[in-house]
Design a protein around this ligand. Structure first.
Ligand SMILES: [Zn+2]
Length: 94
């Protein structure tokens, strides 16, 4: 039964990592959350869900890149991940 618990912890940890990355966490922060959830899920999982709920409100626009599928914030001219042109127009006059 220990093995199944470990497998479940690993699955949740991987979910936290991918979810954190999607939500714009830095790689290091996402890895930190992943390890925290894996080693001490009872503490880190509720904490992560709490921070995640707060972070959602802070992000105004989160768009998936149509070339690489990663999410970026705001309306940049180029995707910060793959460098493809994703913008070209701006909502603000500059
Ligand atoms: Zn991209």
């Amino acid at each position: 039964m220990r093995f199944i618990g470990l497998l479940l912890a690993a699955a949740v940890a991987v979910w936290v990592y991918t979810d954190a990355r999607k939500r714009g966490f830095k790689t290091l922060a996402a890895v930190g959350w992943m390890l925290g959830v894996f080693l001490l899920m009872i503490v880190f999982l509720p904490l992560y869900l709490f921070i995640r709920a707060r972070k959602v409100k802070q992000i105004e626009v989160l768009t998936p890149c149509k070339y690489c599928g990663k999410y970026y914030e705001g309306t940049p001219l180029y995707c910060p991940n793959c460098g493809h042109k994703v913008g070209g127009y701006s909502f603000k006059e500059e």
